[in-house]
Design a binder for this molecule. Structure first.
Ligand code: AHN
Ligand code: ZN
Length: 334
């Protein structure tokens, strides 16, 4: 009788060790199978990161809210144990204004030469130049979806990797989470001068020409832009397909495996000038864009894009969860 109870307890313990993702399980697991221990993405946590950014107000370069939000993001990323780099630069806007900008980089396993990039932009647009009401078009936007959503997802990914690494369940590949600044200071539609395409993505252009590490290389990159809206539609952007079609295939396949094929459609969409374009063109790193695309709309994006309605009212936890799950699975299966 006594022996039987002890044997049961032992079996339960053994089961726990084998099925858990901690350090104790690691050796057994590597010997028995190669299944990745993919952590669970917490959408409530991601949502709170998105909301916190919007509570600073618009995060426009040279503003106080921009400085405060940067500190908020950096202190949260520091807690994950990642190596933090703040890459500051004075960047020239379309109108000649100097933007005091900072790209925020959180590196996991910084010594590993095998790496991937996960990125988003953390600044928000100074003008709601697409607002249906003309009197709002010079008003800054909150950028809940356009900016904060991608950052919120990546902050939660960083938190998960931090927790798991302490338990001996770090991803095998090195990861650089890069939060770019000055993406959304592109020439507003009401500007009388010329519409310069190169006026967008200034932080990324700077990083691609001056990577934070000398001779920096990465296998590939994944950009998140406007990933928090309701019922998102993620299609293949033209540039992602031109420069990184294998990565598109891999990510959309993972999404399908997770049952997210109604959001991730393996079909070509528009050609989108976004941060990933410069990572491809200037840094020569294949990079895709996961961006909510609306083929029906004139802009190609959600109707509240670059309007004063880009607020928390349009953010859906379900969308954050979908994107977060896909990324964590990709990262842990590398
Ligand atoms: C342009 O509007 C040229 N490209 C979309 C990039 C963007 C702006 N993403 C968010 N805001
Ligand atoms: Zn924008």
């Amino acid at each position: 009788m006594h022996i039987k109870i002890q044997l049961d307890t032992l079996l339960i313990l053994l089961f726990l060790v084998i099925t858990s993702c901690g350090a104790g399980a690691k050796k057994t697991q590597e010997k028995t199978d190669k299944a990745a221990c993919v952590p669970t993405f917490n959408a409530d946590s991601a949502y709170s990161y998105v909301k916190a950014q919007t509570l600073f107000g618009p995060r426009i370069p040279n503003s106080e809210a921009h400085v405060a939000c940067r500190k908020y993001i950096v202190s949260n990323l520091q807690e994950t144990g990642a190596k933090i780099t703040e890459q500051s630069a004075d960047l020239k806007a379309f109108d000649g204004k100097i933007l005091r900008s900072t790209n925020i980089i959180a590196s996991f396993l910084p010594e590993n030469t095998n790496r991937i990039i996960l990125c988003a932009h953390w600044d928000s647009r100074p003008w709601a130049d697409n607002d249906p009401d003309e009197k709002n078009r010079h008003t800054p936007i909150l950028g809940a979806n356009d900016g904060a959503s991608g950052v919120g997802v990546l902050m939660e990914i960083a938190r998960q990797i931090g927790i798991e690494s302490l338990k001996g369940n770090s991803p095998k590949i090195g990861i650089d989470i890069i939060l770019f600044d000055a993406e959304d200071y592109g020439t507003p539609s009401f500007y009388k001068g010329n519409q310069d395409e190169e006026s967008w993505c200034l932080g990324t252009q700077y990083w691609a020409r001056n990577p934070h590490v000398q001779g920096y290389k990465a296998k590939y990159g994944i950009l998140l832009d406007m990933v928090g809206g309701k019922a998102p539609n993620f299609q293949w952007d033209y540039y992602s397909d031109q420069y990184a079609s294998q990565i598109l295939q891999k990510v959309w396949k993972e999404a399908a495996t997770l049952g997210y094929n109604s959001y991730f459609k393996p079909e070509l969409g528009g050609a989108i000038t976004d941060d990933h374009l410069y990572i491809n063109k200037l840094a020569n790193i294949p990079c895709i864009d996961i961006i909510d695309y609306d083929p029906q709309s004139k802009t190609g994006f959600v109707p509240y894009w670059h309007t004063i309605d880009d607020t928390m009212n349009n953010i859906d936890k379900v969308s954050l969860k979908i994107v977060g799950d896909v990324l964590l699975n990709i990262v842990y299966k590398e």
